[in-house]
Structures are given as C-alpha cells and as structure tokens.
Write a protein that binds this ligand. Sequence first.
Ligand SMILES: CC(C)(COP(=O)(O)OP(=O)(O)OC[C@H]1O[C@@H](n2cnc3c(N)ncnc32)[C@H](O)[C@@H]1OP(=O)(O)O)[C@@H](O)C(=O)NCCC(=O)NCCS
Length: 169
Amino acid sequence: MHLQIVDGKKYRFSDEDFLALAEIETHPQVVKWNIEPSTSDKMEIYHLFKKALESLPTEKNQIFLAARLNDKLVGFLGIRRERNRVGNLGVSVHPDYWKRGFGTILVRAGIEEARKRRLIKLEAETLSTNRPMLRIAEKCGFKPEGARKTTIGTEGKKAHVVKLNLILD
Ligand SMILES: CC(C)(COP(=O)(O)OP(=O)(O)OC[C@H]1O[C@@H](n2cnc3c(N)ncnc32)[C@H](O)[C@@H]1OP(=O)(O)O)[C@@H](O)C(=O)NCCC(=O)NCCS
C-alpha cells in the first residue's frame, strides 16, 4: 500500500477523482464536522470541484493537494491564501481511511508547500470536539489562538470553534 501526495496544480484529475472528492466532501461523517453549512448534493459538489481544479494551475492563491492510495483518491487538503501571505487550511480524509496517518501526512505536505510558496502563517478552524484535527494540529506545531461560538447544523445547535495558527519560518 502506497500513499502518494499529488499537487493539484500539476496533476490531471479524472472524472473518477472528482467523484471521489465529492464523495468525501458529502460523506455524513465528514459533513458532521463542517463549521460552515454546505450543500449535501454530491453532483453539485462534483461540478464545483471540477470547475475549481480545472482552473487551479492559474490560481495563485490556492494550494490543493490530494492523497492517492493505490490509484484511489482518499483525501485532500486545501490552503486558501486569504490575505497577505496568510493561508487558511482545511483537510479531509474519507472515513474508510481514517486513523492511518493520512490526515497528518496531508497537513505536513501542505505546510511544506506553504513554505515553498513563501506563506508566513497558516490558520485553521475546527470544532473544539474534533479530536483528530486538534491532534494533527498539535503534532504539526499549530497553536490555539482563540475560540468562538457558532451555530452548526440545521437545528441551531451551538458549538465552539477553535482557531489555530502556525507561524512558518
Ligand atoms: C481530521 C481528519 C482529516 C483526520 O484524518 P486521519 O487520516 O484519520 O488522521 P490521522 O490518522 O493522521 O490521525 C491524526 C491523529 O488523531 C488521532 N485520532 C484519530 N481519530 C481519533 C479520535 N476519534 N479520537 C481521538 N484521537 C483520534 C490519531 O490517533 C492521530 O494521533 P496520533 O498520531 O497521536 O496517533 C479526518 O478525521 C477528517 O477528514 N475529518 C472530517 C473533516 C475535518 O474535520 N477536517 C478538519 C477541519 S480543517
């Protein structure tokens, strides 16, 4: 079994890849950790990924890495440059492949890529109950910067969001 991290700017995604990305993004066990509401329509997400990734090579403010295991796309990481040299990081792994270290590998690769692109700081936000993400952040050197309360889901449930940041040197 070999996990390969590919750079979305250089890699040519297939239709199967776009579907795999949509499958991850709309998986109920992944959606459960969303902070912002998002559509659960798999085909809508498929088209959003297709459009975004096809224009990625010319998109200066976006890093996108995908994790492929034996030719199957099992996870992805995005870093969006939000303001001057500061990027906002998000990562997802298909639940069938959780707890194998893939999330950590993706975040480490994302940090490396952000350094290469001369970003000076990475930020991430996660629910305070998201232990795997908090553990990855801790292992990779992110520090908690603060917390805020938000409403998640359709039932108006209140939740705490932790803000994390990593200063890059
Ligand atoms: C967060 C996420 C990417 C982690 O993916 P993963 O491939 O399972 O991550 P890893 O296998 O690298 O595990 C990371 C750490 O969390 C720990 N962990 C995993 N699941 C855990 C759980 N349920 N409770 C506590 N710790 C857990 C692992 O043991 C590991 O720590 P270790 O290296 O000390 O053993 C994945 O859970 C996911 O896609 N979640 C939904 C999307 C999301 O929440 N993204 C984060 C918001 S930016």
